[in-house]
Ligand binder design. Structure first.
Ligand SMILES: [Fe+2]
Ligand SMILES: [Fe+2]
Length: 298
């Protein structure tokens, strides 16, 4: 916070990088009300997510996740989750919405990120130059929801790739080298229940996408108060986009279904909650209750 010659107080709140301005004669009151306001805003952001999810992240997972020795696994898995979020969104556009030429442009967009992650090729610093799509996406004829799917998913991919790069920056700052990491049971555990006929398969995948985004958002909010400021600010900065992603997936699912899908949402909500609240041998960003703690408590 600083005073400028124009008698205004400027406050920068690093977690969402927005500028706020107020008069100095009421500065302190304004400042505290601004901070309260931001807390309320975050609470307002998280409230629908918490009611959408059928269980809260267990404290045992949070206790494990904030241990210094687990920082590398949390960041590495988070990194790969960002890429997977981009890949899943890209799969949906390629499978359901775009023509062949657009599909190839999409693949080319992701390739440097996949080369780095799966083949350990390239310098991560160069990846920030690749966060652009080389052509505009054309919807396949005959897909009524094609343009909406493209618009929402292209924006989502851009944001996920930006998050991917931000996690690499943080890993660099913390001296954590990139290495391959196996995936957790979480996404697979939900996707295995997706129906195998259309359009129900697409609707189910979108519902799963909504749960993955919502859970990520809830976990960032859980972790933020327990980690250092740099990491906590980063997690809070992710909340807004992940909250929007969850809503985008859900509204697309509802739009494409054209009918009430409350029951199907609740069905996946139960599967998701079981994955989060049951013992899990593998500790990852989306894992369940750390198994050795679950054993001790039994
Ligand atoms: Fe993300
Ligand atoms: Fe996301």
């Amino acid at each position: 916070m600083f005073l400028d010659s124009g008698s205004l107080i400027h406050v920068i709140l690093p977690s969402n990088f927005q500028w706020y301005t107020c008069r100095p004669n009421k500065g302190i009151q304004y400042l505290s009300s601004i901070i309260c306001c931001r807390e309320k805003t975050l609470d307002a952001l998280l409230e629908p997510i918490r009611s959408f999810l059928q269980c809260e992240t267990p404290d045992q997972w949070v206790d494990e996740a904030v241990k210094k020795e687990n920082l590398s696994v949390i960041l590495l898995d988070h990194l790969v989750c960002e890429l997977k979020a981009a890949q899943s969104a890209m799969f949906l556009i390629r499978r359901y919405a775009v023509d062949k030429e657009s599909s190839e442009a999409l693949l080319a967009w992701l390739k440097p990120f996949e080369d780095f992650t799966y083949r350990m090729q390239g310098d991560w610093r160069e990846l920030s130059k690749h966060n652009t799509l080389s052509k505009s996406m054309l919807p396949k004829s005959g897909t009524p929801y094609g343009q909406d799917l493209i618009d929402k998913m292209v924006l989502l991919i851009k944001e996920e790739l930006h998050h991917f790069f931000q996690v690499l920056e943080i890993m660099d700052e913390y001296g954590i080298p990139y290495e391959n990491i196996s995936s957790s049971r979480y996404a697979r555990g939900m996707l295995t229940h997706v129906k195998n006929h259309e359009p129900d398969a697409l609707i189910d995948k979108l519902i799963c996408g909504a749960y993955i985004e919502a859970r990520s958002c809830e976990r960032f909010a859980k972790l933020a108060p327990h980690v250092d400021k740099r990491l906590g600010d980063f997690y809070v900065s992710l909340l807004r986009s992940e909250a929007r992603h969850y809503q985008d997936y859900l509204s697309l699912a509802e739009e494409i279904a054209g009918r009430d899908i409350t029951e199907r949402i609740a069905y996946f909500g139960k599967i998701e909650a079981d994955l989060i609240s049951s013992p899990d041998e593998d500790f990852k960003f989306h894992s369940g209750v750390p198994a050795f703690i679950a054993t001790i408590k039994l």
